[in-house]
Ligand binder design. Structure first.
Ligand code: NAP
Length: 543
């Protein structure tokens, strides 16, 4: 490719980074409009989250029937979900079918790591440098780089000295891992660890779980979807997506808005029993709204769940270790589980409580805690992600005057609507930090973000604009709004990725809260960004 491209003639009008759920839909929208575009994907193939996370038990906690793209009726009618909560292989197959159907693959470039993206203000274009040595230019940069795509390993000494197999769940090997008879360690008990543990407990020789802080988990209740059920679901897609559109999380679960303490206790408990026995996030998201904001309400409900854990784990002392004491139910992301608590009733499953015996280092043979060395054949790091901003930090993105995005966001992201960054013209983030998609059923959130991004581009082309940039004032106002919403949520006190906590990333260890997600819910987010679009993009300046 000729790299002498100039302002009038960039290599592409738009470059999308990432061929996951978001990048795929964004590409489809742009191709439909005849825009010159390409997708640069770091992985060896498309799929994003569903390409990378191949660990046993990986599946969504969103109802499958709410997870597919809603933009094509034909696609909805053609695709049959096989399980209520579909697993990774099937999800990856779905995304491949979508790419095939809309002929997207030929516009994607794989194994393309974008090292840097610098805005050239004189030429009004973005200059990208790739790891393979190439330079590319585009007018518009569209990062579709995911929310949980920058995996983080613990900062223990000796990680490389381990003689057995070890990997982060995100970088799970492409070929199946043979667990039979093996001594396996899992470090981490977030949504990922909980899925892995439930899935492999009866496959391994011996499993030791290294838990630093327990999470509040609830049963997923997965099941197959019969052909008859699927046929019936296909008649209801309009209704299903209409429900998702009006709920805060973009799920089919609607919160109970009655004041917690005005509902008699027996009625509250009866409702919780029902929700605990039902599939999916209902126990979290169809619960009383008050549990997210009122300490007393949250404590009462948390005790209900604590009793459920006690009833499922045979050893009472072990059950207590699995019950969180530092935060209430639902203020961190609730892991949905399948036979997770029952796994601890097996003779071959052991828990090491890292609050009692912290890990000192990884050794050639395994893991040494302050108590002793544990020997393993396989170590699984289910230790999470540098969430939401991590993927941005890993690219050297520079805006006007060479300002680095990493520096700008050093204390937490600053955005307008989670879609724009002041000082970074012509960069549109369909799922950026502080956008609605960060805290919702992802496909529902990204469709809103991608449609808004595409509308903005069409508006610019219609007006012959070549440059757009959010104003600092609009950005400050949005930042204050996002921060204010955190202020009313108990979440602000928790140490989870919603607040940007990660012990494995320098500067993210604890203390200062990072306002990473928008907590106002999908309907309010959609209303606000639509209002901006309808008022000739108030808050954005064009040239
Ligand atoms: P996570 O929720 O951040 O959990 C990471 C776990 O690793 C925590 O238990 C953490 O303990 C532990 N940990 C981290 N560093 C450690 C260290 N140095 N030593 C010991 N323990 C350490 O990450 P995740 O489980 O990968 O989940 C991230 C998000 O991905 C989820 O919240 C969810 O949004 C998404 N996800 C979705 C699904 C689904 O849809 N079904 C499945 C999996 C993941 P602390 O709590 O003490 O920090």
């Amino acid at each position: 490719m000729d790299h002498g491209s100039d302002a009038k003639n960039p290599d592409y009008e738009a470059i999308i980074i990432g061929a996951g759920v978001c990048g795929i839909y964004q590409l489809h929208r742009l191709l439909d409009l005849g825009v010159s575009t390409t997708v640069l994907e770091a992985g060896a193939d498309l799929g994003g989250t569903w390409f990378w996370n191949r660990y046993p038990g990986a599946r969504f906690d969103s109802e499958s029937i709410t997870y597919g793209y809603s933009f094509s009726r034909e696609l909805l009618q053609e695709w049959d979900w096989k399980e209520r909560f579909s697993g990774q292989p099937e999800n990856l197959r779905y995304l491949n079918v979508v790419a095939e159907k809309f002929d997207l693959r030929k516009h994607m470039q794989f194994n393309c790591n974008v090292e840097s993206a610098h805005f050239d203000d004189d030429a009004t274009l973005w200059r990208l440098h790739l790891e393979d040595g190439r330079d590319l230019t585009c007018r518009f940069l569209i990062p579709a780089i995911g929310l949980l795509s920058a995996p983080t390993l613990p900062r223990y000494e000796g990680l490389d000295s381990f003689a057995g197999q070890s990997f982060h769940t995100y970088n799970w090997p492409q070929e199946p891992v043979d667990f039979a008879g093996k001594r396996v360690a899992v470090i981490g008990t977030g949504a990922t660890g909980v899925q892995v543990i439930g899935a492999i407990a009866d496959q391994v020789g011996d499993l030791t779980v290294f838990q630093r802080r327990p999470n509040w988990c609830a049963p997923l209740h997965n099941a197959e979807i019969s052909a008859e059920e699927m046929a019936e679901i296909k008649t209801r897609y309009d209704e299903i997506f209409a429900i998702c559109a009006r709920t805060p999380g973009g799920f089919i679960h609607e919160p109970d808005r009655r004041p917690f303490f005005e509902v008699p206790r027996e009625e509250r408990v009866a409702m919780w029993e029902k929700l605990y026995g039902e599939p999916g996030f209902g126990i979290w998201l169809a619960n009383f709204r008050d549990i997210f904001m009122d300490e007393e309400a949250n404590a009462e409900f948390s005790e209900f769940i604590a009793d459920k854990i006690r009833s499922r784990v045979d050893d009472p002392a072990l059950a207590e270790k699995l019950i969180p004491k530092d935060h209430g139910f639902g203020v961190q992301r609730v892991p949905m589980e399948t036979r997770y608590y029952e796994a601890y009733n097996r003779d071959n499953v052991h828990l090491v409580d890292l609050q009692e015996t912290p890990i000192e280092r990884i050794t050639t043979n395994g893991i040494r805690t302050t108590e002793r060395e544990h020997e393993f054949d396989i170590i699984v790091y289910a230790t999470g992600f540098d969430a939401i901003t991590g993927a941005y930090d890993r690219i050297d993105i520079r805006g006007v005057g060479g300002q680095s995005l990493r520096d700008k966001w050093a204390d937490g992201p600053r955005t307008f609507l989670g879609l724009q960054v002041s000082g970074f013209p012509n960069m549109i983030m369909p799922t950026g930090p502080q956008s609605g998609s960060a805290s919702t059923n992802f496909p529902r959130g990204i469709e809103i973000g991608v449609d808004w991004a595409t509308d903005l581009l069409q508006y610019m082309w219609a007006h012959d604009y070549v440059r757009e940039e959010a104003t600092p004032e609009a950005e400050a106002e949005w930042g204050a709004h996002v921060a204010k919403l955190y202020g009313i949520m108990l979440m602000r006190k928790a140490q989870g990725w919603f607040t940007g906590y990660n012990s494995n990333v320098e500067g993210h260890e604890q203390g200062t809260i990072r306002y990473l997600v928008y907590n106002g819910g999908t309907p309010k987010f959609r209303a606000r960004i639509t209002e901006v679009a309808d008022t000739d993009y108030a808050g954005i300046e064009f040239a």
